[in-house]
Design a protein around this ligand. Structure first.
Ligand code: ACO
Length: 184
């Protein structure tokens, strides 16, 4: 089967199919999804689509990382369910990496995943520190908790004796988000 990888914004006729493909994996309002996909452009963000002949079978999005000018962030990698396990994800990722290097002039690709690490390791990705596509690096958002003289955690805020909020619920079976990168 002939496979091709193309920028979505140059093939708007696939906009609806692409929306349905992504929403089949990660539910979101169609309006919001279409709006996001319509932002695809020659500079980032760019959505790339994988076609088998003329049928849309895959998608990924390349986004800006504000703190890293020579890199981008790969998101929303998805292959249509019945086409998984046939090497299509590999084709899409490799073509996207070539696009990043040759068309966009980038030298590194970052991504995050919950549970698909093995797929990316096979493509040469290695685990790395978190990066943020919203601002600067995110090493840790947690400020250290105040500690009392006897070393126990103080249960109230330092100012105003306001009680601390209850701890966040621990969700079982939610996999840890792993950040990965690959030098191109
Ligand atoms: N766990 C372990 N190994 C995997 C996985 C996995 N989840 N997925 C693929 N592989 C392996 C395959 O067995 C294959 O190994 P081999 O070369 O030894 O035979 C190799 O990776 C390549 O597999 P492909 O057939 O190229 O992968 P596929 O076309 O199935 O696409 C993808 C993989 C994109 C993860 C697909 O399964 C999918 O769409 N999943 C649902 C959406 C998803 O989770 N996307 C990733 C989100 S993370 C992100 O967007 C950055």
């Amino acid at each position: 089967m002939a496979l091709s990888v193309l920028p979505l914004h140059k093939h708007q006729e696939y906009l609806n199919d692409c929306c349905d493909l992504i929403n089949d994996e990660w539910k979101r309002s169609k309006t919001a999804r279409l709006h996001s996909l319509q932002n695809s452009c020659d500079n980032l963000p760019t959505s790339l689509i994988l076609l088998e002949e003329k049928k849309l079978v895959g998608h990924l999005k390349l986004s800006v990382i504000p703190s890293k000018k020579n890199a981008c962030f790969v998101e929303s990698v998805v292959i249509e369910r019945s086409h998984r396990g046939k090497g299509y994800g590999t084709v899409l990722m490799k073509e996207a990496e070539a696009y990043c290097k040759l068309t966009l002039g980038l030298d590194t690709v970052y991504l995050s995943t919950r549970g698909q690490e093995e797929f990316y390791v096979k493509l040469g990705y290695i685990e790395c520190m978190p990066v943020s596509i919203y601002g600067n690096y995110v090493f840790s958002n947690a400020a250290p908790l105040p500690v009392s003289d006897n070393n126990s955690i103080i249960k109230t805020c330092v100012t105003g004796n306001i009680p601390l909020p209850p701890p966040l619920p621990i969700f079982k079976n939610v996999k840890e988000k792993i950040f990965m990168k690959k030098a191109l």
